[in-house]
Each structure stands twice: as structure tokens, then as C-alpha cells.
Ligand binder design. Structure first.
Ligand code: SF4
Length: 778
């Protein structure tokens, strides 16, 4: 075939498409960690001769297809091409379809090599390297160039129709995107500035930090230009990542708005749900002997995959779309319905569909955590991706969690009593080392500059022993052991990259029995930058946006934004006249003044309510403070309805709380700053006419935060601000931001504390606020 190749696919991706059959089976997992895999490859290749070639780049064409990849190794003297796979446990337990997949890959490499070097035949080897014993099992076959060519062509033929469908989709998608017009006719104030910044960032291939106020239509204002940019800048996919389910829904709504304005646009949109949400058989395990949706999964996958794509097809070009027709995206309900109609697991179908969709909407984790699926697929397939990070002020705290791990001694103590005999010894060793750590530490809390070598060694050995045991006894299920194992793996993995960006700390407490102390060990990431930077670098553009992304240096430093990062501070569509911001500097909300503050706070709120009855939110630093303030207020103003946030409200209770804020109601909702109602709450017009913020939101001063402060000081020279002031003020500005949601809203915000009067604090407030002093009360 002589046609110019247009569709490039990695060898592994091709074989996964064409040569995977049978059950989904995760029993032969967890596989070795990435680090162990790399180390295993290095051991095998070091055992080969000097002329052994590693990472041999190969490619070959078939019609419009270009297939490429890197073979693990080639021994020219033995004329043997090798595919190296690291594993744990009993190799005989590896599912047959996994072995077939490995053969498929090495056969494709065999063909590419024969073609590249003009060979008549070649030896193909699968080298299975046991991480535990460091032994190799080599399976070898000899194939002629002709038979390998036939194999290659067969695989390509199986994929060709799909590739042609993909090429046609991409051409039509890009043509429609280029012609697409903004769905609302005109941009809202500020929205154009945001959209232009997004587009320019993609044009230059740089990251963007965009501070953009609420109410300008940020979701459409970011997705629209990124989609336009996809067509213009050869971008394969856009990932829209949100911190909460509500953010994902807003993205789905924005896609619908965009598609409604461009009904012929073939845009494939997928919402990724977590495995625990998507799983329909939570009492089962992910293999064919347990879960019917895993049995024969790969045999039914092609039909399910095609059905999932067909559901997103726009009407044929030339035909008028039905008015009011819903343009479907693969949101989680739709995807689940398709999966169940084809008897396949919804979660694993969604993982598959991420390969074929143009927009993937999901949690931050999917691109940023240590085993992020979208990031792995991006690298594997060499995708050019644009990533949008919604409500990006959450990234610092969310990323810190992704790169932290903790373990509790009490859990290990319980586990030691119930584990199988083979595991007792390795766990006892961990226990003894742990006891020693507790003995060596006199203080309740201590942060350590280095990791305890002996403990880490024992933990690593225990993790390996558990991994081997689980691989050899796939039907043995113990939730406690599994949890310990995953924690130990994460711990050891984070230990490999331990550095200035993290703390290692031990917090002791009383155990269940007086003779037993308990402690929690934690590798606590505090600067996620070293982990995030490479993730940003593997995107074409990452745009992070939020209403509160200042100061820039804080986010740039903490997130590891590349030096070329652009930033934009989108002008607010709101004007000072819309919001009266008053600082009640006669009140201190410091811990030691809280009791005295209750009465003046209640009076200030009562006076404001008397002047202007309506719906208000009042924010405090803790439940305790909130309760006391609410009691004081209710006692003095019994005629004013009071609604209180309670601890651990579920989704329904939260919705009920917000439902009290209607256009006709009047009352004060008492809430905790940084909780469920401090951000992401949209109460336009008379549903909310004011807020009282009785705290600077500063994180509590405690030993952990003090350690963080010291480290921030050492790294950035701004310990207090980076630990306390900036995170606190972001919460304040977010909470106050609940009041003005549209250009017709009017409202009042009281900032209650004398420190709100300081210039360095006021600098952290939105530029459009005009800050006044609240009248002093006697
Ligand atoms: S339905 Fe649940 S148990 Fe079954 S394969 Fe999917 S995730 Fe695993």
C-alpha cells in the first residue's frame, strides 16, 4: 500500500485493540511498581552482552496507518528481539489472554525489525522477570519475516476500519470546530478576555494561570477557546478536570451549550466517574470468576465501544437537527446504560472510551495523581493534550494529598494477629522497627529530616512478601491486609522521591491498651511542585483557572508552574457599587477574644438584618465558634430565622440547607469557613444579599503547620504567608464571593476582625471591592 500514513498508533495500543480477548482479570495484579519495573528491565539488560541494543525505535506503515514503538531489546548475535515483562508471584497464574497480548506485541516488533534490517527470520522472546527472585523465564519462538509480515498486516487490517472512522471523525471535528461560532452570540464582560488568554496560551503552547471572577461564564469561556484551539493547533484531546462533582456537571452543561450552537459538530465527550461510583457489583472482584461484567469483557468490548461512540454522533450533515433534540455525551448514566446493555463493566468501559473521546471530564486525580490514567495514556499514545483545571485554588491542598501517605500502628497490630503464617515474620519486623521509632521519640509529635532506614527496609520487605502472597493466592481476600499493602506500597513509592518538598513525621497517641502506645507515620507532601511540573510539561497547554489565584507567586511556587507560564487577571464584570464591603475592626476573632466577640458580632448582624432583612450567610472558623455565635444571636434576635450547618452533612442535607435560601425567604445561615458552603454555592439575587465573615480563615497553629511554616520559610522565605495568610484569605474571598453572582446583584459583606483593616491583608482582596470601615458600636 502506498498511501501516505495519516494515523499513528503505538504497538502496544494496536495490540490492545486487536489482540485482547476473553475476561477482564485483575488477579495477576498488582503488578510491580513503575520503579520496580524500570529496575527489573535494567537488571535483565545488564545481563546481556555489550552489543545488546535497548529501547530500539521501530516503525512501519500499512496504508494510512503508521505503527511505531520501542522494542525492549535486540541481541544481534542471537538475532533475538526481546519483550521484557516484570511480574510478581506465580507466572502460571498469568491469564492466557495477557500472555497472548505479549506475544502479539513481540510479533509486531519482530516484523518491524525484519523490515528495518532486511532479515529473513528472527527469534522472538518473552522475558518474564520475577521481581522477587530476580529470575528470568524466557519463552522463545522463531518466526520467518513472511509470517510476521502476515501477522502485522492482519493486525493492521483489524484496526484499519476503526482507524478510518477515527480519521474521518477527526477531519470532520476539526472542520466543524474551525467554523464554530461562540454559542451565546456575544461574550459576557470578562469572558472574552479569558477566552483570548486561553486561546493564546494554546497557540504558544504554554501554561496559563487565569484568575477570573465568578459570573463571567468561566466554563464555556474556557472550553470554547480550547476546542477552537484543538483544531487550529493539532490538539488531540481536552481534559477538563474539576475538584467536585458539581464542577464536572458544569462542564457537561457547557459542552451541551456549545454543541447546541454547533449541532453538526461531532464532539465526543466522556465523564469519568470513580471506580467506586461506577462499579455495579461492589461485592465482587474484578475477574471473570467473580463478576459477570468482567467475564468475556474483551469479547464484548468492541460492540460496546462502537455503541458508545454512535450515541454521540450528531445528525448527518445536511439533515436538520430535530429542534430540542438532546445532544448526548457519555455522562456517567449514559455510559452505564451502554455498558449494561452490552454486559460489560461501566468503569472499564469508561477507561477504554477515554482513548476515543475528544473531551474527558473527570476529577483532578485522573491526570495528576501518582498512577493517573489520563497521564499514562497521554504518554503511551503520544497525545497532544490541553488540560483545563477548574477551581484551581483547590490544587495545592488536593495535590498535597495525592503525594502523601500515612500508616497507623494500631492497624498493623491488629493485622499481625490475623494474617497467614507466611506473612507474620515480615510484619513482625515492621512492628519491631515501629516500636523502636516510638521509643526513640520523646515528644508527642516530631518531624524528621530523613526517613528511618531500618523501618523503611522492613516495610519494603513486608510489602514484597504481601505482594507475592496475594499473587500466589488470588482468592485470598482480606480488606485490612489489602489496605495495609496499598499504604505500604504508596509509602515506599513516596520514599523514593522524599526530599525538601515533604515532611516525615510521627505523631504518638495513647493506644487502646495502656501498655501500647499508638502512632501515625506520615510522609506529608507540602510542596507538590516537583510532582506536578512534569505533568504540566507533558501537556501542550494546561490552563488553571479560579476566582482566587493570587498571589501568583504562591501558586507558581507551590504548583511548579513552568517559567513560561502566562497569567491573566480577568477584569471583573462587577462594580464597587454592587457590594458594600465593611471591615468591623472593633472586633477581634482571635482565639483568646472569641468569648468577648460573640455579643458585638450578634449586634452587628442584628443591626444589618434590621436595616435590610433578607438572606445572609455567616462564616466562622470552627463549629464550636459558630454554635456559640448562633446561640448568642438567636437569644438576642429570636424573631430572625437561623439555619445552622451541622457536622458531616450529606448531599441531601446540604441541598436542604441551601433550599432555605429562596427569593422570598429571610434569615441567617451559620456556617464554617472552608466547609461546604464557603465555595461552589450559587445563590443569585435575593437568595443571598449578604455575608458576615468572622475569621481570617487562618489554619490552626499546631505542630504540623508550624513545621510547614519553617519549611516554607527555608524554601520560599515566606513561611507565615505561605502557610497561614494566603490559604486563609483565599477562603475568605471565596466565601464573600457567594454574595455577588450576577451583574444585577447587590449586597453587603462584613469582614469581622481588626486584621482585615491591614493593608497587606486588603491587598489580597479583589481589586474591584471598595473597602469601608463598619461603624463602631458602643
Ligand atoms: S463491575 Fe465492579 S467488580 Fe465488576 S469488573 Fe467492574 S469494577 Fe470490577
Amino acid at each position: 500500500m502506498s498511501a501516505q500514513p495519516q494515523y499513528t498508533i503505538a504497538v502496544r495500543a494496536l495490540c490492545e485493540f486487536t489482540a485482547k480477548t476473553g475476561d477482564l482479570d485483575l488477579r495477576f495484579t498488582p503488578s510491580p511498581t513503575a520503579q520496580e519495573g524500570i529496575a527489573g528491565h535494567a537488571v535483565v539488560t545488564a545481563r546481556r552482552g555489550d552489543d545488546y541494543q535497548t529501547e530500539l525505535a521501530l516503525s512501519g506503515d500499512f496504508g494510512p496507518l503508521r505503527v511505531r514503538g520501542r522494542a525492549d531489546g535486540y541481541d544481534a548475535r542471537a538475532n533475538r528481539i526481546e519483550e521484557i515483562k516484570t511480574y510478581r508471584g506465580d507466572l502460571k497464574k498469568m491469564p492466557d489472554n495477557q500472555r497472548q497480548l505479549h506475544w502479539a506485541q513481540v510479533k509486531v516488533y519482530g516484523h518491524l525489525l525484519c523490515q528495518d534490517q532486511g532479515l529473513d527470520k528472527v527469534n522472538l522472546a518473552l522475558v518474564y522477570f520475577d521481581i522477587g527472585s530476580q529470575k528470568e523465564t524466557v519463552l522463545q519462538e522463531t518466526h520467518t519475516a513472511a509470517s510476521l509480515q502476515a501477522w502485522f498486516e492482519q493486525q493492521c487490517t483489524l484496526f484499519l476500519q476503526w482507524a478510518q472512522q477515527e480519521l474521518a471523525h477527526r477531519a470532520e471535528r476539526d472542520a466543524q470546530l474551525k467554523a464554530m461560532r461562540f454559542p451565546h452570540g456575544d461574550f459576557r464582560p470578562g469572558q472574552r478576555q479569558l477566552a483570548e488568554a486561553m486561546y493564546k496560551a494554546s497557540k504558544r503552547g504554554v501554561c496559563l494561570l487565569a484568575q477570573a471572577p465568578t459570573g463571567i461564564g468561566k466554563t464555556v469561556g474556557s472550553l470554547f477557546p480550547m476546542l477552537k484551539a484543538s483544531a487550529e493547533h493539532g490538539v488531540d484531546k481536552v481534559f477538563f478536570l474539576a475538584a467536585k462533582t458539581s464542577g464536572r456537571q458544569m462542564a457537561l452543561d457547557a459542552v451541551e451549550v456549545i454543541r447546541a450552537g454547533a449541532p453538526l459538530l461531532p464532539l465526543r465527550t466522556l465523564e469519568m466517574a470513580s471506580k467506586s461510583t461506577a462499579c455495579v457489583n461492589p461485592d465482587k472482584a474484578c475477574h471473570g470468576d467473580s463478576c459477570p461484567l468482567a467475564k468475556g469483557f474483551y469479547d464484548r468490548l468492541p460492540a460496546a465501544r462502537q455503541a458508545a461512540l454512535d450515541i454521540m454522533l450528531p445528525p448527518a450533515s445536511g439533515s436538520e437537527p430535530e429542534s430540542g433534540a438532546t445532544l448526548l455525551a457519555l455522562d456517567r448514566d449514559t455510559l452505564r446504560a451502554v455498558a449494561l446493555a452490552h454486559d460489560v463493566c461501566p468503569y472499564y468501559l469508561s477507561s477504554e472510551m477515554a482513548r476515543w473521546c475528544d473531551i474527558v471530564i473527570g476529577d483532578y486525580n485522573y491526570y495528576f495523581d501518582l498512577s493517573a490514567m489520563l497521564h499514562s495514556l497521554t504518554l503511551l499514545n503520544d497525545w497532544k493534550v490541553n488540560v483545563l483545571v477548574d477551581e484551581a485554588h483547590n490544587m495545592v491542598s488536593r495535590a498535597r494529598k495525592m503525594y502523601s501517605a500515612d500508616m497507623e500502628h494500631a492497624a498493623l497490630r491488629l493485622l499481625r494477629k490475623v494474617v497467614p503464617e507466611e506473612l507474620k515474620k515480615p510484619l513482625d519486623r515492621v512492628h519491631r522497627q515501629w516500636n523502636q521509632l516510638e521509643k526513640d521519640q520523646t515528644a508527642e509529635y516530631q518531624s524528621h529530616a530523613t526517613l528511618p532506614e531500618k523501618f523503611m527496609g522492613a516495610l519494603q520487605t513486608a510489602a514484597t512478601a504481601i505482594g507475592d502472597y496475594m499473587a500466589e493466592h488470588p482468592s485470598y481476600v482480606d480488606a485490612g491486609l489489602q489496605e495495609f499493602y496499598f499504604n505500604a506500597l504508596l509509602f515506599t513509592r513516596l520514599a523514593e522521591s522524599f526530599g525538601d518538598h515533604a515532611l516525615f513525621d510521627i505523631e504518638k497517641s495513647e493506644g487502646a491498651r495502656a501498655s501500647h502506645s499508638n502512632s501515625v507515620l506520615c510522609i506529608r507532601n507540602i510542596v507538590p511542585a516537583p510532582f506536578l511540573k512534569p505533568r504540566f510539561e507533558s501537556t501542550h497547554t494546561t490552563a488553571l483557572f479560579s476566582a482566587t489565584l493570587s498571589p501568583w507567586n504562591y501558586f507558581g511556587d507551590m504548583l511548579g508552574m513552568p517559567d513560561t507560564t502566562a497569567w491573566v487577571d480577568v477584569e471583573s464584570p462587577f462594580v464597587a457599587e454592587q457590594l458594600s464591603v465593611q471591615v468591623a475592626a472593633h472586633i477581634s476573632t482571635r482565639y483568646q477574644h472569641r468569648q468577648q466577640s460573640l455579643r458585638p458580632i450578634a449586634e452587628l448582624m442584628g443591626e444589618q438584618y434590621r436595616r435590610q432583612p433578607g438572606n445572609y450567610l455567616a462564616f466562622f472558623s470552627s463549629f464550636d465558634y459558630m454554635e456559640k455565635a448562633a446561640n448568642q444571636f438567636a437569644e438576642h434576635y429570636p424573631e430572625v430565622p437561623v439555619w445552622r450547618q451541622s457536622r458531616r452533612m450529606d448531599e441531601t442535607e446540604r441541598a436542604q440547607f441551601l433550599a432555605r435560601f429562596t427569593l422570598d425567604s429571610a434569615g441567617i445561615g451559620f456556617a464554617v469557613l472552608g466547609g461546604s458552603f464557603g465555595e461552589g454555592v450559587d445563590l443569585p439575587g435575593a437568595r443571598l444579599i449578604g455575608a458576615f465573615v468572622a475569621t481570617l480563615g487562618l489554619p490552626q497553629i499546631n505542630p504540623v503547620n508550624e513545621q510547614i511554616r519553617q519549611r516554607m520559610d527555608a524554601i520560599f522565605g515566606a513561611g507565615y504567608d505561605y502557610t497561614y495568610t494566603y490559604p486563609g484569605m483565599q477562603k475568605v474571598v471565596q466565601a464573600a464571593g457567594r454574595v455577588i453572582r450576577t451583574q444585577s446583584d447587590r449586597g453587603t459583606v462584613y469582614l469581622i476582625d481588626d486584621r482585615f483593616g491591614r493593608p497587606e491583608i486588603q491587598q489580597l482582596m479583589p481589586a474591584w471591592w471598595r473597602i469601608e470601615s463598619a461603624l463602631l458600636r458602643p
